[in-house]
Design a protein around this ligand. Sequence first.
Ligand code: NAD
Length: 494
Amino acid sequence: MLECVDPRTGRVVGAVPVDGPEDVARAVARAREASVAWAATGPKERAAHLVRIRDRILDEAEAIVATICAATGKQPAEAVTTEVTAVCETIGYYADHAARWLRDQPVHPGTMVHKRAWKRYEPVGVVGVISPWNYPFTLAMTPLVTALAAGNAVVLKPSEVTPAVGESIRGLFSGDEWPELVQVVQGGGPTGEALVRSGVDKIAFTGSGRTGRRVMAAAADTLTPVLLELGGKDPMIVCADADLDRAVRGAVWGSMQNSGQTCMSVERVYVDESVADEFVRRVVDEVGRIRQDDTGTGDIGSMTFGPQVDTVERHLADAVAKGARVLTGGRRVDRPGTWFEPTVLVDVDHGMEIMVEETFGPVLPIMVTRSVDEAVDLANDSRYGLNSSVWSADEAAATRIAERLESGNVCINDCIVSYAVTGLPFGGVKESGLGRVHGPEGLREFTNVKSILATRWRTPREPWWFPVPERLADLGIRAARLRYGSTWRHRLGR
Ligand code: NAD
């Protein structure tokens, strides 16, 4: 059995059975059967079904939010905005746009003027979704509903840390007119690996780089394509001319919301030396005002996963041992559950784990820089490249900095929220992942593109068919010169 632990108290509040490889195989077989009829429906019918699921989410919103909070320790407001609303937005987006993006696309036939060519986007079949614990609803539902919108069936393996949210998702899809279309299998790594090896047609994995590598290696055995949404170490660059009020609040919110357990959390700040002292002072004041509690109306709650608190402590100890100064926080909160104080530290550098490894906790390390070039170099000095942010009063200058950052996403005078714009493809470069969710690119991740060519004028033969005409080589060179020559001399072969 998998225990459901409430991280706010450390108490076990439930349990769900674990699915073994045979259960996974049966779930994939059921999904495959359902996928045939689902693929045969049009995008409009699929959109109508997804909208019905969204209505169900809205009907059950309070219960879903309560389940998310009990599983993760986050505050209800966080669960409403970043989970329930985010999923409703994604469903609406694909319900509105999927038909257009899945429509056949004509392609110019080039020199083959007697042909007609087009692209067709077909569902891949069955998609295996493997999701993490930090946004257990959004990060399971986003690839899931996108794969459905593209015409696929889904087998979801939720995180073993938050299985109760997986059960809520199972409830949303059971008992409707497509009861087998979404299967949920519960368990940890072995269940996930069984899903990767089960013969599904694509894996959409969200989680750590360490597990992402294992998923990709296992998928290589069957050449199963993978979409990987992995970790980040997102930099924030604060320029000399930044609006400090906004930058300070942005830095604190971006590093502490969801207790810092967001793949796009602000994990490191580079602030220009001319404003650094004031920035640091105001950040510490702002952090002192964060309401961290379990009242349900505070700013942040507990962390979610005990071992993640160990990582936070390890990174902090390493930084302090190497000369960093903790200005506020730095310890576990003395109460049951997985609570950690909002923490700010300075005098940090890239020789410390806290500046190069994903910390994934309510921790903000701040480094002072002498120039924009130095800030950009430091921001890019990372294995990761998920999101990043630039803060400046000069949007044109900030945009030029954004263009230099090695990152799948960049926010200007904001952080994290690019994910909330569903039209923007989201994903990482470097070790932050492969492929994209959201936008047309995210939908087409769950399709195979089929290229079709048809012959418009049906003559008895093509000029290059057997028997090959004797003069074809000679005529071919002349035709090539005429078509591709960049000057008349080249075109006429003189
Ligand atoms: P994790 O890698 O430990 O686990 C993710 C999922 O993989 C879980 O469901 C787990 O059971 C499963 N799993 C474990 N071993 C497996 C195996 N061998 N084969 C298949 N599946 C296996 O990640 P986590 O701790 O749950 O989540 C936190 C991580 O996720 C952080 O690194 C965070 O940055 C990342 N993340 C990335 C994004 C993004 O969109 N890029 C979003 C959220 C979280």
